[in-house]
Design a protein around this ligand. Structure first.
Ligand SMILES: Cc1cc2nc3c(=O)[nH]c(=O)nc-3n(C[C@H](O)[C@H](O)[C@H](O)COP(=O)(O)O)c2cc1C
Length: 303
C-alpha cells in the first residue's frame, strides 16, 4: 500500500505529528509548500494523510492555513483514496476538520477521519500578551519549570492520542470527525460575530497597515509588522526556514515580501532572537524541541 503524508508546519508541532504517523504507516513525508506551485496535484498513493496547524479558527475563519487551502484546491483524482487529516491546535480548533472535509468533497474525494491534536500554545492571543505583562517579573527558572511541565503534559496526551489515531487508520475507520458540535456552534456564534471577529480584524488591519480588505487578504500583509533588531547578523536563516519564500536578504538584512502565512517560523527559528514585531509579541518564542532548523529548510518551497 502506498501511503503519503502531506504536512505544513511553522513551529514544528505538525511536523512531529506527521513524522510519527509516517513512521507508523510506512508513509512518505511530503511537504505541502514544495507542491503548491504545481498547477494540479495528483498522486498514486492509496492512502493520504494531511497534517497542518489550525490558523484563525478562533476568529471564525476556516482554521485551514492559506497554503493548505491552495494545496487542497489543486488535488485531482482523489475519489478512490483513503484520506485522513490531523490538525494541531492550541485549544480552539473550531470546525477546521469539517471545513477541510468540505474542500476535499469539492475535489471529488471523501475525508474518512479527521482529528484535532492539542499542542503547546503558540497562538497569538491577547491572553498570552496579558500573561506576559503580568508575569514578566517571574524568574526565568520558574518560567522554565512551568513551561517544561506544560510541554510534558502535551507530549503525554499526544502519546495516548497517537495510539488511538493509528488504530483508526489501521482499521480504515470512516466518518469520525473531531469538530465543533452544533450546540457549540450555536452558543458560540453571537460571541464570535459580535466580539472576536471584529477585534481580530481590527488588530490585523492595524498590523498590516491596510484598509478595508477581506481578512484573508489582510493576513499575508501582516508581515509589515515584523522587524529585526541589532542582534541580526545577516545569517539568513529566516529566509531559509520561511516555508513560502516570503523573505529576501537585502544588504544582509531580512525584507518581508507580503505573502506571509503567519506561521511564525522566521520569529521562532531566528538563532539570534533578532526578529520581533507587534504581531509576534502576542505569542511565545516557542518551537517544538524535537525539530531543528534543517527540518524546516527541507519543508521550504525553494528546495
Ligand atoms: C497565526 C496563528 C493562528 C492560530 N490560530 C489558532 C486558532 O484559531 N485556534 C487554535 O487552537 N490554535 C491556533 N493557533 C495555534 C496553532 O494551531 C498551534 O500552535 C499549532 O500546533 C502550530 O503548529 P506548527 O508548530 O506545526 O506550526 C494559531 C497559531 C498561529 C501562528
Amino acid at each position: 500500500m502506498v501511503v503519503e503524508i502531506y504536512y505544513f508546519t511553522g513551529t514544528g508541532n505538525s511536523l512531529v505529528v506527521a513524522k510519527e504517523i509516517a513512521q507508523k504507516t510506512n508513509g512518505k513525508l511530503i511537504s505541502i509548500p514544495s507542491l503548491v506551485d504545481k498547477e494540479i496535484i495528483t498522486t498514486n498513493a492509496e492512502m493520504m494523510g494531511i497534517i497542518f496547524p489550525v490558523y484563525f479558527a478562533s476568529n471564525g475563519c476556516s482554521g485551514i492555513p492559506l497554503i493548505v487551502e491552495i494545496f487542497l484546491n489543486k488535488l485531482e483524482n482523489i475519489g478512490s483514496k483513503y484520506i485522513f487529516a490531523i490538525c494541531t491546535h492550541s485549544g480552539m480548533p473550531g470546525s477546521t476538520i469539517e471545513n477541510l472535509s468540505n474542500i476535499v468533497k469539492s475535489r471529488g474525494g471523501k475525508l474518512a477521519i479527521g482529528f484535532a491534536v492539542k499542542t503547546y500554545n503558540n497562538a497569538p492571543s491577547v491572553l498570552e500578551k496579558l500573561k506576559k505583562s503580568i508575569f514578566h517579573k517571574e524568574s526565568k527558572k520558574n518560567k522554565d519549570a512551568k513551561t517544561q511541565k506544560r510541554h510534558q503534559k502535551v507530549f503525554n496526551d499526544w502519546k495516548k492520542k497517537f495510539q488511538i489515531i493509528c488504530e483508526h487508520i489501521h482499521n480504515r475507520r470512516k466518518d469520525l470527525f473531531e469538530t465543533r458540535s452544533t450546540l457549540a456552534k450555536v452558543l458560540f456564534a453571537p460571541f464570535l460575530f459580535l466580539l472576536i471577529k471584529p477585534l481580530f480584524k481590527h488588530r490585523y488591519k492595524r498590523l498590516s497597515n491596510s484598509s478595508n480588505l477581506p481578512f484573508k487578504e489582510i493576513v499575508p500583509l501582516s508581515d509589515k509588522s515584523y522587524q529585526y533588531n541589532e542582534k541580526c547578523n545577516g545569517c539568513g536563516v529566516c529566509t531559509k526556514v520561511c516555508p513560502v519564500n516570503n523573505i529576501c536578504m537585502i544588504n544582509e538584512r531580512p525584507v518581508w515580501q507580503h505573502h506571509c502565512e503567519n506561521c511564525f517560523a522566521c520569529y521562532v527559528w531566528c538563532p539570534n532572537e533578532a526578529i520581533y514585531g507587534d504581531i509576534v509579541s502576542y505569542a511565545e518564542r516557542y518551537h517544538h524541541p524535537d525539530v531543528v532548523i534543517s527540518d524546516m529548510i527541507k519543508q521550504s518551497k525553494i528546495i
